[in-house]
Write a protein that binds this ligand. Structure first.
Ligand code: ATP
Length: 357
């Protein structure tokens, strides 16, 4: 039976390093929740606090209504999958999966039935009697997942499970994990520094930096309404143009920048006149040869990279500002480095974000 996971002002420090700093959050039953952030931001530490490997200095951890702070890891009914699989190399697939069932003192026929079922779920039935050291990385990670799932955990914890695998395998396993998670409805907390993984799989995610949550939301909310420049650049690619607010009213603003005045219709933070901002503009929102009267600029093409489905432009405006633009469905004609182009940006595509003054 899946549970909700509640973090209430959790702090975990190692000597003078505060790895997790007073975080609070509720992860709902059955949710696929991601912890996303750069290396060292505290993601794995927080996952280990939830698993029970670390005790928080302060704060309360609940599974549903039960306080878990003093419950040892093996009594929390969590299943865990690590980046390096952590399987016993000389044991067979079935023996690896059986381990947790033996600990739970289940009889042989029940264990066999559960192993068969979970192997089917991860599509590894025919590998049942193979030693795991004869399997590929992707196959081993399926077995690690099966071993975590077979105990029917209340919470499934995944720590960078796909990081050791190649890109094509990562892509297919992402879809499979998501599908299995939805089918089993186990509350799942997934740590990664790969934003594509998080965006493509998460119900919701927390963006972490320096031990705190900078933003929590659905992938769409976080991509479209980032709280600050850190989130805007960590989740997806973006360009920044710094400026000052000249005028502001009704979610519209006029912003003075080094490359001229920009009009925006995407103001969802509260700003005051004169405030410094950083405008985030996604590369796909910059149009070449635009003919709108607002936010039209002249740029010089620095590089063009044709990628089939898209064409990537590095553009320069004035002496200092570089922008990246993505053109979808590129035609037969292209621009050359050194050429001048007219670009335009829809007022809705320019998102002013607060920066420290
Ligand atoms: P990565 O993506 O690189 O795994 P992370 O976001 O998971 O990073 P953590 O491993 O949680 O980050 O580390 C957070 C901070 O706590 C880092 O500064 C790290 O050096 C420190 N830290 C983590 N574990 C320990 C430990 N056992 N002893 C001392 N410091 C630690």
């Amino acid at each position: 039976m899946s549970v909700s996971v509640e973090l209430n002002q959790i702090t975990k420090a190692f000597d003078t390093t505060i790895a997790v700093n007073n975080v609070s959050l509720t992860i709902e039953r059955g949710e696929l929740f991601f912890l996303l952030g750069p290396s060292g931001c505290g993601k794995s530490t927080l996952l280990r606090v939830i698993a029970g490997f670390y005790r928080p200095e302060t704060g309360l951890l609940h599974f549903d209504d039960e306080v878990m702070n003093n419950v040892p890891p093996h009594q929390r009914n969590t299943g865990m999958v690590f980046q390096n699989y952590a399987l016993w190399p000389h044991m067979t697939v079935a023996e690896n999966i059986d381990y947790g069932l033996v600990l739970r003192k289940l009889d042989k026929s029940t264990r066999k039935a559960k192993i068969d079922k979970v192997l089917e779920m991860v599509q590894m039935s025919e590998f049942r009697d193979r030693p795991v050291n004869t399997l590929s990385g992707g196959q081993q990670q399926r077995i690690a997942l099966a071993r975590a799932l077979v105990i029917e955990p209340s919470v499934l914890l995944l720590d960078e499970p796909l990081s050791n695998l190649d890109a094509a395998l990562r892509q297919s396993l992402r879809n499979e994990i998501k599908e299995i998670q939805k089918r089993t409805n186990i509350t799942t907390i997934y740590v990664t520094h790969d934003q594509i993984e998080a965006i493509s799989m998460a119900d919701r995610m927390a963006i972490m930096k320096d031990g705190v949550f900078v933003q929590v939301g659905t992938p769409r909310e976080i991509y479209q309404f980032p709280v600050d420049p850190f989130v805007a650049s960590f989740v997806g690619e973006t360009n920044f143009i710094n400026g000052n607010i000249l005028e502001i009213a009704n979610e519209k603003a006029t912003i003075e920048t080094s490359i001229g005045v920009l009009q925006t219709e995407s103001v969802y933070h509260s700003f005051t006149q004169g405030q410094k901002v950083s405008c985030s503009i996604r590369p796909e929102m910059i149009h070449l040869n635009g003919n709108t009267s607002t936010n039209s600029l002249t740029a010089k093409v620095e590089t063009v990279t044709y990628l089939g489905r898209v064409e990537e432009y590095e553009l320069k405006i004035g002496d200092d500002l570089k922008l990246k633009a993505l053109i979808y469905e590129p035609g037969t004609e292209t621009k050359q480095p050194g050429e001048t182009v007219d670009i335009s940006m829809d007022p809705k595509a320019i998102v002013p974000l607060p920066i420290d003054n």
